[in-house]
Design a protein around this ligand. Structure first.
Ligand code: MRU
Length: 357
């Protein structure tokens, strides 16, 4: 399995995704500020990986703290959480991950648990969340496998694979699960300008698993859909509002409209932690704006005229009306999403995140 990130005695070890596919190197983060830099600089990326990294960031911050009293540690935990939460705004999993470890911390601190016990407990939880993430991906893969064509080509946008999680992946997890069940699937991977997660990362991890993969420019899918060469689209998600509107990598919205026009099913695959019930609809999802250099430069060389204006939103929101189904580890949600999401939330033991971001 691809080791996206790993808790080690000396720190959290991250596969450096900025160097893929040409180099497989690791970055060891030994304190919470380094974990925050890893997230901000996209050494690790993808909503699920960011969520577990946020949890591990809080855990390592508490673990390395030299505070000798609960009030002093409380103060540090607030600073650690705020620092990690300021890294990237769109993937709600980040806030969910931070919040989960912080909630455990708060309850142990309120009970005056000895600090060494608190440290052991928060590290154990962050490590558990890593295992849980892989189990969730496998379960949502199993839930969505039958929605994939028995034989055909599936288009995906960005990287919602093992690299965007602790392993296996969400959208690519569903594809993997379908293939494990005997489906014959070829993948079209949109290159995903400007950061090229599809061309660099999705192609790399699918080729490692010998899954037939073809990279497309982002502007090619309409042509291929018209020719009948795409049977389904599946993408991941960074945040799903209570009405099913889904934020994912910039360009996803356009693909969803194309899929609808060509009567091709458009699936979203995401763990329940990506559901943000506190956000009523997609217009309220914060969209990260990234450095203009991602557009103006290619491999360090300027490709646009000096001084030209640049827009670089990293995500867009696909309205729920373009989504055929949302595949989670708890089951498959269908329209009307406001009702199906609320019904699934009320059955769940762990409530979806409410209002930390
Ligand atoms: O900017 P990134 O690379 O973190 O964006 C990742 C995506 O948009 C993925 O499609 C999304 O996180 C879903 S996979 C967990």
């Amino acid at each position: 399995m691809i080791p996206t990130l790993e808790w080690l005695p000396e720190g959290v070890n991250f596969l450096d995704q900025t160097k893929l596919p040409l180099e497989e190197t690791y970055v060891l983060a030994t304190d919470y500020k380094q974990v925050a830099s890893v997230i901000r600089d996209m050494i690790t990326r993808g909503a699920m990986a960011i969520g577990v990294s946020g949890a591990m960031g809080v855990a390592i911050g508490i673990h390395r703290s030299t505070a000798t009293s609960i009030p002093a540690l409380n103060q540090e935990v607030a600073e650690i959480s705020a620092h990690l939460a300021a890294t990237r705004p769109t993937a709600v999993n980040l806030f969910w991950g931070i919040d989960r470890v912080r909630t455990l911390y708060n309850s142990l601190a309120a009970g005056n648990t000895p600090i060494p016990e608190i440290k052991a407990a928060v590290v154990a939880l962050a490590r558990e969340m890593y295992d849980e993430d892989i189990a969730n991906c496998r379960q949502l893969g199993a839930n969505g496998a039958s929605l994939m064509p028995q034989k055909g080509t599936v288009l995906t946008h960005c990287n919602a694979g093992a690299l965007a999680a602790c392993g296996y992946g969400s959208a690519l997890g569903v594809i993997r699960a379908a293939i494990e069940r005997g489906h014959q699937i070829d993948v079209f991977a949109d290159e995903t300008r400007p950061y090229l997660q599809g061309a660099r990362l999705t192609a790399w991890e699918l080729m490692k698993d010998n899954i037939p993969t073809t990279v497309l420019c982002d502007n090619m899918s309409a042509h291929l859909m018209k020719q009948g060469r795409i049977q389904a689209v599946i993408v991941g998600a960074d945040r799903i509002a209570a009405n099913g509107d889904t934020a994912n990598k910039i360009g996803t919205y356009a693909v969803s409209i194309l899929a609808k026009e060509h009567r091709i099913p458009f699936y979203v695959a995401a763990p329940w932690a990506t559901l943000d019930l506190a956000t009523s609809h997609g217009d309220k999802i914060p969209i990260e704006q990234r450095d203009p250099r991602e557009l103006t430069h290619l491999n360090g060389r300027q490709i646009t005229p000096h001084g030209v204006a640049i827009e670089n939103p990293a995500f867009d929101v696909t309205p729920a009306k373009y989504i055929t189904a949302i595949i989670t580890e708890r089951g498959v949600l269908r329209a009307p999403f406001t009702e199906s999401i609320a019904a699934m939330a009320s059955q769940s033991q762990i409530p979806a995140l409410a209002g930390v971001s």
